[in-house]
Design a protein. Structure first.
Ligand code: ADP
Ligand code: ZN
Length: 612
């Protein structure tokens, strides 16, 4: 069996998947031939398997450097569930636990060890690593090594010296979702990657609809957005803990089942909130950016940012948590110019307790400001939002307009209405400026009612001059002309429409008039992509979810670590009755088959018997 055949077998037997995703196979093949790897893949692409599969195929131990304790924790638990011997070494272990884990590691108990960067150069760990066979060093979230990156972490700078101390240089692979050129170059240089195999999978997520709403009243804008989402599940990201609490209250008061999540909450409460959300008990979670890393909930249908984040890296990572199941999903950013001021303030005060020298602090701060500027461009652009994101990450957009973002829809809905504007002004003049908006629109449309007959308005030459327009468009147009001072609205209880200071210009048609028609209309033109998906029996799925919840409780792990939603859905469609049928379900490997297969098959059988 070639190493690649072995890798494919591992994909199926251990992880239960039939096919590699784009990029995975190439990365694994390169690693197996002994090459270093520089992989840039977006959130949700499946980076973990790219190093976990080689780890199981190669002789020796794989070390994974990871920045986040929660991430390490989840990854290790997920691996254990699949029967992979793995452990983590970080500050949550007591000295005794640490020594114990290291003893196990020395005895070759673990194939994969997750380690915090700060541990690498400490005595005991270094001593272990120098005497063990290290096959591979993996740098997860590798952008943390770069001062250009959004999460610069000084501890990452000890990775390269650590590798140099090892008696035999292992293959080194770096993974990140941040693809800007500077960051990538920094990673390769600072980690001293040797002729790395470079992979960048496409950053586009075609099923995500991007939208920016620039509105004065955020709370109203948020409620309007959530009403459009109806019963769907999603995340509302807030900039501060205080905002999380306020928004959670606002949503609850408006009858939305939302839970709050931020780092300042007691552990137990936070765990509960996460579980309620992941297990679909609460459809909406309101959270700071502390929420999301390592969360594997595939049916997130929307991500709404209540405030603008500090850069596009953060934004795309957080927004990218929507639609990981491939279904259409919405990413909405509520923008207010105030966001720029708040972020600038945060950047200026972010280095106060930093250990960096002054010059480096200055550089880090300037780069943060540059990133904020790019984020602000995104929030205020009138062009294609997707094109803006992709070009920021160094990818040429396939087409200048994606037709699946609010920028593109607004552009499509913008019309040249110079001729119509002139006709409206002429009509207002003919009506002598003595009528309100409603009557004006009736005359334009050519609608006869009693009042119009009485006042002989149907005899005007302007009567019905825009009869082919939609009433909705005419209202928008008249409002725009009032805003542009082409028309004027008098004060009082019955405001009258009169010609404004710029009426003459419009009448002559010197200046082109363009108008964007508002959202209600645009929604209808939104590209809808119909996909054929086999129907899932919702009741059966609910039973499987309930069983998963019980097992997760018994095992003290989050439900998605037992099986993902995608796996349960596939199970509800395939309804396996035998061991080998169960192994055909996406995401069921041998270990999980042994552990849970029977219980799930029994639940399915029982359900079918009841329905007979
Ligand atoms: P990333 O780290 O790139 O954000 P993960 O490694 O967490 O992504 O993977 C995201 C999800 O995709 C996980 O649920 C994982 O089990 C699943 N996944 C990874 N590779 C495959 C594959 N080849 N087939 C099906 N699902 C996969
Ligand atoms: Zn677009």
């Amino acid at each position: 069996m070639t190493p690649m055949d072995k890798a494919k077998k591992t994909l199926k037997d251990v992880f239960g998947y039939d096919r590699f995703r784009p990029g995975q196979e190439r990365v694994i093949a390169a690693t197996l031939t002994g090459r270093d790897v520089m992989a840039v893949m977006p959130t949700g692409a499946g980076k973990s398997l790219c190093y976990q599969i080689p780890a199981l195929t190669l002789e020796g131990i794989t070390l994974v450097v990871s920045p986040l304790i929660s991430l390490m924790h989840d990854q290790v638990h997920a691996l254990l569930q699949n029967g992979v011997r793995a452990a983590y070494l970080n500050s949550t272990l007591t000295p005794r636990q640490f020594t114990l884990a290291l003893d196990n590691a020395r005895r070759g108990v673990y194939k994969i060890i997750y380690v915090a960067p700060e541990r690498l150069l400490t005595g005991a760990f270094l001593e272990f690593a120098c005497n063990a066979q290290i096959a591979q060093v993996v740098v997860d979230e590798a952008h943390c090594v770069s001062q250009w990156g959004q999460d610069f972490r000084p501890g990452y700078l000890s990775i390269e010296p650590f590798i140099r101390r090892l008696p035999v240089r292992p293959r080194v692979s770096a993974f990140t979702a941040t693809a800007t050129k500077n960051v990538k170059e920094d990673i390769m240089r600072l980690l001293q990657l040797q002729n790395p195999y470079e992979v960048t999978t496409g950053f586009d997520r075609p099923n995500l609809y991007f939208e920016v709403r620039r509105e004065k009243n955020r709370d109203q804008a948020l409620m309007a957005f959530l009403r459009e989402q109806k019963d769907k599940s999603g995340i509302v990201y807030c900039g501060t803990r205080k905002a999380v609490e306020e928004i959670t209250r606002l949503l609850n008061e408006n009858g939305i089942d939302a839970v709050g999540y931020h780092a300042g909450m007691p552990d137990e409460q936070r765990r509960q909130a996460q579980e309620d959300f992941v297990s679909d008990n609460a459809p909406v979670i309101v959270a700071t950016n502390a929420f999301g890393m390592g969360i594997d909930k595939s049916n997130v249908s929307f991500v709404c940012h209540y405030q603008m984040p500090k850069d596009l890296e953060s934004y795309y990572q957080e927004a990218g948590r929507a639609g990981r199941d491939g279904e259409d999903a919405v990413c909405c950013l509520l923008y207010h110019p105030q966001d720029v001021r708040l972020n600038t303030f945060l950047i200026e005060h972010s280095q106060e307790e930093s250990e960096l020298d002054e010059q480096t602090q200055q550089i880090v701060m300037e780069r943060a400001k540059e990133r904020l500027k790019q984020m602000t461009f995104y929030a205020t652009t009138t062009g294609c939002l997707r094109a803006k994101i992709l070009s920021y990450f160094g990818e040429a957009p396939k087409e200048p307009h994606c037709s699946n973002c609010s920028g593109c829809l607004a552009a499509a809905a913008e019309r040249d209405v110079t001729r119509e504007a002139g006709m409206i002004v002429a009509c207002v003049l003919a009506m002598g400026g003595r009528y309100g908006k409603g009557t004006l629109i009736k005359v334009l449309l050519g609608e006869k009612d009693e009042k119009i007959r009485e006042r002989q308005l149907h005899k005007l030459s302007s009567f019905g001059c825009l009869k082919n327009e939609r009433e909705f468009h005419l209202r928008t147009l008249v409002d725009e002309l009032i805003m542009d001072e082409v028309l004027e609205l008098t004060d009082g209880q019955y405001p009258l429409v009169k010609p404004g200071p710029r009426a003459r210009e419009a009448l002559l048609g010197d200046e082109p008039v363009r108008v964007s028609f508002p959202k209600e209309e645009q929604q209808k033109t939104r590209r809808s992509r119909v996909r054929m998906k086999p129907a899932v029996d919702k009741k059966l799925l609910a039973r499987l979810i309930e069983l998963r919840r019980r097992i997760a409780e018994e095992q003290h792990v989050p439900p998605f670590i037992i099986f993902t939603n995608a796996t349960l859905r596939d199970m509800a469609i395939k309804r396996p009755k035998t061991r080998s049928e169960m192994l055909c379900v996406d995401g069921v490997g041998e270990n999980k088959m042994e552990r849970y297969g029977l219980r799930f098959m029994l639940t399915i059988q029982k359900y079918e018997v009841e329905r007979m």
